[in-house]
Every structure is written in C-alpha cells, then in structure tokens.
Design a protein around this ligand. Sequence first.
Ligand SMILES: *[C@@H]1O[C@H](CO)[C@@H](O)[C@H](O)[C@H]1NC(C)=O
Length: 177
Amino acid sequence: MKVNYNDSIIILLFSEIYLGNADGYVALSNEGFINIEKPDEKGISAWHWYSSPNIETGEVVEHNSGEFHVPNLPSYTLVDSLNFNLLDGGFGFLYILKYDETKGSPVTKDPNLQYWRIYVSFLKVKTDLPTKPSLLYETTQKLNNITLKSCTLTYYHAEGYICVMTLNNTITNNNNS
Ligand SMILES: *[C@@H]1O[C@H](CO)[C@@H](O)[C@H](O)[C@H]1NC(C)=O
C-alpha cells in the first residue's frame, strides 16, 4: 500500500506469518524482528528471529532461533522478565529471580542471603547463543516485589541503556504500615 502524507510517500507492507506462541515479546529492529516467548517455569524462553519484510513482496523468512536460559539456581524462582531493543539491532533479556524459602533454607538464618537477583543477557545480531547472564542487581532486603518497567538507549555518559524498575516494600512504624 502506498500512502501520500505531506508530499512524501509512505509504503506500508503487509504480510502474514505464523509466529507460534506469540504470547511474549514481539519487536522490530533494523535487523528484522523477533518473537521471544514468555519464560516457562524452568526459566527457558524460546526466541525466533525473522528477516525484515521483503520490500517488494512483504515476505518474511526465519533467520535463526534458540533459547534464553535463566541460570540454574535451585533455590530461586523466576518472577518477572523484560525484553528490550539494542542499538545494533540485537535484543536484551532482563529477568528477576526471587529466593524461595520453600526450596532453600529460611532467609532469617542467613543475613547475607540475596533475596532478589536481577540478571541481563544479550542476543547479538547473527549469533545463535545469547551472552552468559550477568548479575545487575541484588539485595538482601525481603521486598514485597520488584517490577521491571522499561529499558531505553541513552547517551547520558556514554552509549548505554537505562532500565527502570520499581521496588515495593512495606515499612512498619509504631504498628502502622
Ligand atoms: C505492594 O505490595 C503490597 C503487598 O504485597 C500489595 O498489597 C500492593 O498492592 C503493592 N503495591 C503496588 C503499587 O504494587
């Protein structure tokens, strides 16, 4: 479809492809687009990388596919995850693990136990394997919840990404919380 808009022509391509389970993250980058499924209960998240639509036909082909794996930490449970676009056309995968007292020893026994951990892994252009997960944040505080909000490219100090998360904590003071 070609549309005139203020003397310029915008070409809209339409194409229909089967994405499999698209109940996750679907995003375009300048290197095509990706479908990253929601992580399953084992913390495995399948991804499929497709080409950009062909400019004549709108046709899209699958480039490659693989999986993101949350580190195998038996006493932790996956709570939340977030995907975001990278400047080079790749994708980031951020996720939160929470210590689970039903799987490990009670938190009160070890004051240095990291109750929450946040990791990031990157999927670069034309690679089959995401990078090894890096620990971004951890806290010994037994918060109610941590929620990931967004990650955006920034040039504030140098080229990089700023991610926003919310920490939900209950503070009790004179029996008021
Ligand atoms: C924060 O956590 C408490 C306790 O789990 C919950 O009741 C409340 O709705 C949460 N607040 C927000 C803004 O998520």
